[in-house]
Design a protein around this ligand. Structure first.
Ligand SMILES: [Fe+2]
Length: 236
């Protein structure tokens, strides 16, 4: 369960890191599955992603469904409200990659094959490697921008998503980097601005991401872009 302070933090900042949400045996099995994927091209530095059919990779799916992670996500939206996503992303960040993102983005641009923006309710990210300090391949986030983005879409209308193309022109606060240990769970609102960071450590960073929708999310994307709590009944 998430406590009141954690819920308040998510409401204000748009994300939350839950320590030690996934047990060691699930992490070990998932790491073996990642090791079995096609390796990145030699010499590659920086981000390298695998977007996979989750059903084909049970040890990756299990990070979400056999741990507390899925029920922790449902603490944000209400029990029984989320669909297990069909896709899993393995996100590697290979050093040396002395990159610093200049700005944020939101996912889902330009649009999905049916023409709707690729919105979803929340991102669940499970760290498979430690990232105890900054610049270890950490995800960057701009706290509170789930609210600023919603205000932008209220002012300009949800169709402004297409013109923004993933980069709504909002005022940005100082970014923060997500730090944590293997097994920690990141829960982030879809509307939270974020980006890929650099990696000046000696180790490849690995995180596994699930893009999760509330059941029935898709037709309501216009309302969801303007009301950040549309899919989050406990926050309404
Ligand atoms: Fe993204």
């Amino acid at each position: 369960m998430l406590d009141h302070e954690q819920l308040a933090e998510f409401a204000e900042r748009g994300y939350l890191l839950v320590p030690d949400a996934v047990p060691e045996h699930l992490l070990a099995a998932a790491s073996r599955a990642v090791d079995g994927l096609e390796p990145p091209p030699p010499q590659l530095q920086g981000p390298h992603h695998h977007f996979l059919d989750a059903a084909q990779y049970p040890p990756l799916q299990a990070l979400l469904t056999d741990s507390q992670a899925f029920s922790l996500a449902e603490c944000l939206t209400g029990p029984g409200t989320l669909d297990v996503p069909p896709q899993v992303q393995v996100a590697l960040n290979i050093p040396p990659f002395p990159h610093r993102p200049g700005m944020h983005h939101i996912d889902g641009a330009p649009h999905e094959p049916d023409g709707r923006p690729g919105t979803f309710t929340l991102l669940a990210g499970i760290l498979l490697t430690d990232q105890l300090s900054n610049d270890m391949g950490n995800l960057w986030v701009w706290p509170g921008t789930h609210l600023t983005h919603a205000a932008y879409f209220r002012e300009h209308g949800p169709e402004a998503f297409f013109d923004a193309n993933g980069y709504p022109p909002i005022a940005l606060p100082e970014p923060e980097q997500i730090t944590g240990r293997a097994g920690d769970l990141l829960l982030a609102h879809y509307l939270l601005g974020h980006n890929i960071g650099g990696n000046t450590s000696t180790a490849t960073r690995c995180a596994v991401y699930f893009r999760i929708k509330r059941t029935g999310h898709d037709p309501h994307w216009r309302a969801f872009l303007q009301d950040p709590w549309f899919d989050y009944a406990p926050f309404r």
